[in-house]
Design a protein around this ligand. Structure first.
Ligand code: ATP
Ligand code: MG
Length: 348
């Protein structure tokens, strides 16, 4: 992410900001799942759990990821976490043996195809394809931190509808520009969501607070999971009492989307600063010893985890170019946008 010369943009017009806003809102309406689709996911989960319980005693399943964090697409994968009743952590668990019995069990399920265990990943998983819905998914074991970051993202999504809309716009942008697939060397959608949240925290006035820095009482509580502090402020109903900037930001989603593109192309210094949503004060790549990375995005709980660590120089520059092009496209007033996606589903 080297500094590049940016072309000056023509003056923004009120009409164009309005159009931008409509495009963002339309994107959200087009891609957000409806109530039935949400229920279908819960139904599949329940069916799996009932089925698995006969084969893997004590198996408990929970949905996480975008099925639960408020930024799900109709065709998003099903992220499922499995735990065993009576066993709080994976310590002492023979994960490989459990993955093996889980694979065997899932292969007996008539509604599933392409059951594939992946044991080389950081978190071992079993992938599957659900024939009836065409949904792909995976089951991981004791992916506890992911359950917490799902809840954190869901809390931010619940604070303001603009958070939700912008995260959808960002995810669509990443998919359309082909920069949103971590398994192919780019960034995960989780990483893009963190980029949006960071921008919204740093905006002046901010759209969202830093929930991990907020607490009620004298001292910030520490809740440890897998050795990491997962505390964050959960009493959202009373957010206005504890966050003085509540509802101070009145910008439209269109303004914020263009603001985000400007922020990451004109203001933010990728070389020196870490994208970090757990604190308001800037965090330097120097402090983290992440200076050799092209892009640093700190996981909000697992602080040793840089979501940008896997980016090659080429990919990092490809991503930055996508942002620079978007800044020009969304920053140049035109009377209407061409229909970018004719068939909404083909991208997902
Ligand atoms: P999508 O709609 O693209 O599926 P998603 O948020 O579900 O979005 P996934 O890649 O399916 O993204 O990841 C599922 C969940 O796993 C994420 O929401 C997040 O909670 C967790 N996760 C994914 N990648 C990481 C990562 N690199 N580090 C920590 N947690 C991650
Ligand atoms: Mg997912």
């Amino acid at each position: 992410f080297r500094r590049v010369e940016l072309e000056p943009l023509p003056h923004m017009t009120l009409d164009f900001v309005k159009l931008l806003n409509e495009v963002c809102e339309q994107c959200y309406r087009d891609f957000a799942p409806d109530d039935v689709e949400v229920k279908v996911r819960e139904h599949i989960l329940q069916d799996f759990e009932n089925f698995l319980r006969c084969q893997v005693p004590g198996a408990k399943l929970v949905l996480f990821g975008s099925s639960k964090n408020g930024f799900g697409f109709k065709q998003s994968d099903l992220d499922i976490c499995m735990t065993l009743e009576g066993l709080d952590t994976a310590e002492g668990l023979d994960s490989m043996a459990v993955i093996e019995s889980l694979t065997k069990a899932l292969r007996k399920h008539h509604g599933l195809r392409n059951i594939l265990p992946i044991t080389t990943a950081k978190v071992p998983i079993v992938k599957f394809y659900h024939t009836k819905t065409g949904l792909e998914g995976d089951i991981s074991l004791y992916n506890t931190l992911a359950l917490h970051n799902t809840e954190l993202l869901a809390s931010y999504a619940a604070i303001d509808i603009r958070v939700k809309i912008l995260c959808y716009v960002m995810k669509v942008f990443a998919k359309v520009c082909d920069i949103g697939d971590a398994s192919r060397g780019s960034l995960s959608s989780y990483a893009y969501t963190l980029m949006v949240l960071y921008f919204l925290q740093q905006r002046s006035p901010p759209v969202i607070p830093v929930l991990q820095e907020m607490y009620v009482g004298e001292k910030k509580p520490v809740v440890l999971v897998d050795g990491w502090d997962v505390h964050f402020f959960k009493d959202l109903k009373n957010l206005h009492k504890y966050w003085p900037e509540y509802k101070k930001n009145k910008e439209s989603v269109g303004q914020l989307w263009f603001g985000l593109l400007q922020f990451y192309t004109e203001t933010f210094n990728f070389k020196e600063t870490v994208i970090c949503i757990r604190r308001k004060e800037p965090l330097t790549t120097f402090k983290k010893q992440w200076t050799s990375k092209h892009l640093a995005i700190e996981d909000p709980f697992d602080l040793s985890h840089n979501l940008g660590a896997g980016l090659s120089r080429r990919m990092a520059s490809f991503i930055l170019k996508a942002f620079i092009n978007a800044r020009t496209v969304f920053g140049t007033p035109v009377r209407c946008f061409p229909p970018e996606y004719s068939n909404k589903m083909e991208y997902f």
